[in-house]
Design a protein around this ligand. Structure first.
Ligand code: FAD
Ligand code: MLT
Ligand code: ZN
Length: 472
């Protein structure tokens, strides 16, 4: 039984057709919990519109009937932003049927896509016209452009190309009252007042529904070199980034740091992943250089950088991938950490950022504090260290009860966020706040900033129907 009147549901069905509605309890399940099963909610209905006009009509109707909406893309988010609350009164609005690539303009280096296009499909569409769409992350086979925009996703190529905010030129958005804002401009320069798209990017579905976007394309990459290096410390990683960037400039497209604990989880749980070294090392980095020239001397450059780092004892050992299969294998080790950590029981995910220079100090002090206060917790630190963004994740102690670990979660988060903020960092660099970090944001964000955010929310969504309980 739905919490919504039959008449309302009939009207929704008139808009999206029978195939655009999910009411059956079993079929609804995949929309009601996240990938890790860390968040679970209930919904009155799942609606799957197939066009912007359908989205607008659904949103208008919900606005008239004061029904709250939870926008959802690929449901790969890590903060519970796309999961409804437990009331069973909210409507999940899934964008996954909006999968059209509306326009590709290679000369303008832009592509216009609908919100439900899966990131990998977008990357492939760019390749077809000899271009690159550079956003890249572990969930790219299922996350959507709408979700990437709504969370301002980062990933592994931010160092070179920026995050989703840097890749978006224009948006089409259905506002909470059902009006359609057509801001699909493919302009790199447009100084005509407030840049509204930036309000919707990173707003996690709390200000409107993103239905389409104009995104930037880049020249295709024609040569790539990838190395896996062993490091004595996180400080060595910071020194190495400076060295490689100095030598290679923007050819450095990725620099991912991984602790031994992270790599051990992958080796234990993910079939086909093998340690490139025979010795065990405290830290590892995955380094990628790329260039638009087919014959760019990337191997020579990286070998020179690593050679110097070996002399300075910032690197202990290194392997350069010599085939596409090896490149894929090294990236698989990095991208599988999230999955591997799931096999070790409940975990706490973090995506803090601090200035790159302060990463080592952050790790050292937070490790010490956590282990003193919560003996046995396993610290799984890894991430986009070139952006100062660390996934300082925590797995429960071996042999401890899940419930005991869950009871400590708030206190553990407090230690980590206090440390990030004390190092002039952020509690969320790329995943957003969702429901997971809402309370923390209220604690750590500047009161004036929060007041301005609330004022914006009230202007766009005076009835508070867009993804309530998330962000603010
Ligand atoms: P969802 O999870 O469906 O939604 C996320 C948020 O966006 C929710 O608040 C939702 O309400 C809102 N939303 C979704 N679509 C719309 C829309 N059309 N209009 C308005 N609001 C909308 N993230 C990173 O930034 N970097 C990473 O490196 C990274 N790696 C990941 C690796 C793995 C294995 C996994 C599972 C996740 C990873 N993520 C990463 C998190 C996640 O994939 C990204 O945040 C992704 O951008 C979410 O896209 P989605 O379509 O799944 O969004
Ligand atoms: C990643 O970079 O792998 C994800 O953003 C982090 C995570 O899954 O915790
Ligand atoms: Zn990440």
């Amino acid at each position: 039984m739905s919490a919504l009147p039959d008449e309302f549901i009939r009207e929704i069905e008139t808009i999206v057709g029978a195939s655009g509605i999910v009411r059956d309890a079993e079929r609804m399940q995949s929309y009601l919990s996240d990938w890790r099963n860390a968040y679970r909610g209930k919904a009155a209905l799942v609606v799957r519109p197939a066009s912007t006009d359908e989205v607008a009509a659904v949103v208008r109707l919900c606005n008239e009937h004061q029904v709250a909406l939870v926008p959802q893309g690929g449901n790969t988010g890590l903060c519970g932003g796309s999961i409804p609350d437990g009331s069973g009164t909210q409507v999940v609005l899934s964008l996954t049927r909006m999968t059209r690539i509306r326009e590709v303009d290679p000369a303008n280096e832009t592509i216009t896509v609908e919100a439900g296009v899966v990131l990998q499909m977008l990357q492939e569409a760019a390749v077809k016209v000899g271009r690159l769409f550079p956003l890249s992350l572990g969930a790219e086979g299922s996350c959507t452009v709408g979700g990437n925009l709504a969370t301002n996703a980062g990933g592994t190529a931010v160092l070179r190309y920026g995050n989703m905010r840097d890749l978006a030129l224009g948006l089409e958005v259905v506002l909470p009252d059902g009006q359609i804002w057509n801001g699909l401009r493919g302009l790199r320069k447009d100084n005509t007042g407030y840049d509204l798209k930036h309000l919707f990017i990173g707003s996690e579905g709390t200000l409107g529904i993103i239905t389409a976007a104009v995104l930037k394309l880049y020249p295709a990459v024609r040569s790539v070199t990838t190395a896996w290096v062993a490091l004595p410390s996180a400080q060595a990683a910071v020194e190495l980034i400076g060295l490689i960037r100095g030598l290679c400039g923007d050819r450095l497209t990725g620099f991912e740091l991984m602790s031994r604990q992270s790599v051990e989880f992958v080796l234990r749980h993910v079939a086909g992943c093998n340690d490139p070294f025979t010795e065990v090392h405290p830290w590892y980095a995955l380094i990628e250089l790329s260039d638009t020239q087919p014959e760019a001397p990337l191997n020579d450059l990286l070998e020179a950088g690593i050679g110097e780092a070996l002399e300075r004892e910032w690197v202990i050992d290194a392997v350069l991938a010599s085939s596409e299969a090896q490149v894929a294998a090294l990236w698989a080790m990095r991208e599988s950490i999230s999955e591997a950590q799931n096999h070790e029981g409940p975990s706490l995910k973090h995506d803090i950022s601090v200035p790159v220079s302060r990463i080592p100090e952050f790790i050292e002090t937070t490790d010490q504090r956590l282990l003193a206060q919560f003996p046995g917790v396993r610290i799984v630190a890894y991430g986009h260290v070139g952006d100062g963004n660390l996934h300082y994740n925590i797995s429960k102690p071996i042999g401890s009860e899940d419930a005991a670990f869950k009871a400590q979660q708030e206190a553990i988060m407090r230690v980590i966020y206090d440390a990030a903020v004390s190092f002039k960092g952020s509690i969320s660099a790329e995943h957003g706040l969702g429901q997971a970090k809402r309370a923390a944001a209220l604690r750590y964000k500047d009161p004036l900033e929060l007041e301005l955010m609330r004022a914006l929310k009230a202007t766009f969504d005076p009835k508070g129907l867009m993804n309530p309980g998330k962000v603010l």
